[in-house]
Design a binder for this molecule. Structure first.
Ligand code: GLU
Length: 375
């Protein structure tokens, strides 16, 4: 498959842009014309029925510019720069997207938001809501509070985790090169471009020598891009490494510009479900009545009204077994409510749940997307 064909087939796309594209290094200010071009690209994808999420760096670089800080500033100064620059970054995206009749939503994540299942469920629900409401989520790491031990570290990795969070089927990394080469193309004239990568073995990872730290902004290099591609791939999401050095980089790819495609086996939903079934230890169980068992077989969510009994201590987002009344295991899934709440809502209609638990929650015991039936 070509990069253009993969782009055309994608339904939910995460686009990652690094500081060296977002920030004009000479003026240390947003690269307005380039941002405007990318916003046009995103609008074109949206008109074509695709959903887009942006992961944008640039906060630290813009903040440093405004504060007059050097590149080797102390950690607390860098975090302060991120706070100042994030606001400038969002102003720039607000203006660029407005020119394409779109509007951004600022989403600041720390590693815990994608690693702790409860927080991750909340972050996912918010992202879904933003997409449904028509916003363009503009994601960055919450650098102001994220210190070393709780950081993603670089926005390539953050973008891959974001792709996994929203179950995107395509991650686009805009880079200062048009993809992966057998060697660094700036140093080695023999370097060969790789348009299609179907496995990420050690020989591919070894090719990722080059770095884009030369521009003096940003932290990513080819190695972090491949690491991001590896994370995305394990989540059923393909990755495109694309040159961001042109004005309308996504239009260019659609028109056949050179890029590297790293494919993923299966779909994001398949990867997600095999993670639920294969990696999580059930913390409890829900016994369901025959009507509910039949509905699950038809691909529907598990409603609280069909839950007869609740066993075990579990939190919202924990994995639970779903049992038939005769004790057979029907499947496993992520509980939409904690065990004590589940006890309160079992056998009750969806409309009663809010009053019983005291908040407006998901309204089902296990959502069908979070449920894997036994073969
Ligand atoms: N989150 C950082 C920023 O906005 C950038 C980190 C990176 O580019 O990898 O400045």
């Amino acid at each position: 498959m070509t990069p253009a064909a993969r782009l055309k087939a994608a339904r939910r796309i995460v686009v990652k842009v690094g500081s060296s594209l977002v920030v004009d290094p000479a003026r240390k200010a947003p690269a307005v014309a380039w941002l405007t071009g990318l916003a046009q690209d995103l609008a074109a994808l949206r008109r074509d029925g695709r959903q887009v999420v942006l992961v944008s760096s640039g906060a630290v670089a813009l903040g440093r510019g405004r504060l007059g800080l050097e590149k080797n500033a102390r950690l607390d100064e860098k975090q302060a720069a991120a706070a100042v620059g994030q606001s400038l970054l969002m102003q720039a995206w607000e203006a660029a997207l407005a020119g394409a009749d779109l509007f951004p939503a600022q989403v600041l994540l720390t590693r815990d938001d994608t690693e702790r299942r409860r927080r991750w469920l909340n972050a996912r629900a918010t992202m879904e809501a933003l997409l449904k409401l028509g916003a363009v989520p503009v994601v960055n790491e919450n650098d102001t509070v994220a210190t070393e031990e709780i950081r993603y570290g670089d926005n390539d990795r953050l973008a891959a985790r974001t792709a996994q969070l929203v179950r995107a089927d395509l991650l686009i990394l805009l880079s200062d090169v048009d993809g992966l080469y057998t060697a660094d193309p700036r140093r080695d004239p023999e370097a060969r471009h790789l348009p299609l990568i179907e496995t990420l073995g050690p020989e591919v990872l070894a090719m990722a020598g080059g770095s884009n730290a030369e521009a003096g902004v940003g932290t990513g290099g080819m190695a972090t891009k491949l690491e991001a591609a590896r994370i995305a791939r394990s989540a059923g999401c393909a990755t495109l490494i694309v040159s961001g050095l042109v004005k309308r980089p996504l239009a260019a790819v659609a028109a056949g510009a050179r890029a590297s495609l790293i494919t993923a086996p299966g779909t994001p939903m398949q990867a997600y479900k095999s993670w639920i079934a294969g990696s999580l230890e059930p913390a409890g169980s829900l016994t369901v009545d025959d009507g509910a068992a039949g509905a699950l077989g038809d691909g529907r969510s598990l409603l609280a009204s069909g839950v007869r009994a609740v066993e075990g201590r579990f939190d919202r987002g924990d994995c639970v077994r779903v049992l038939a009344t005769d004790g057979r295991t029907l499947g496993v899934g992520l509980a939409a409510y904690a065990g004590d709440e589940m006890e309160r809502i079992r056998g009750r209609h969806s409309g009663e749940i809010e009053a019983l638990v005291g908040y407006k929650g998901p309204g089902v015991a296990i959502h069908r997307d979070d449920l894997v039936l036994s073969p």
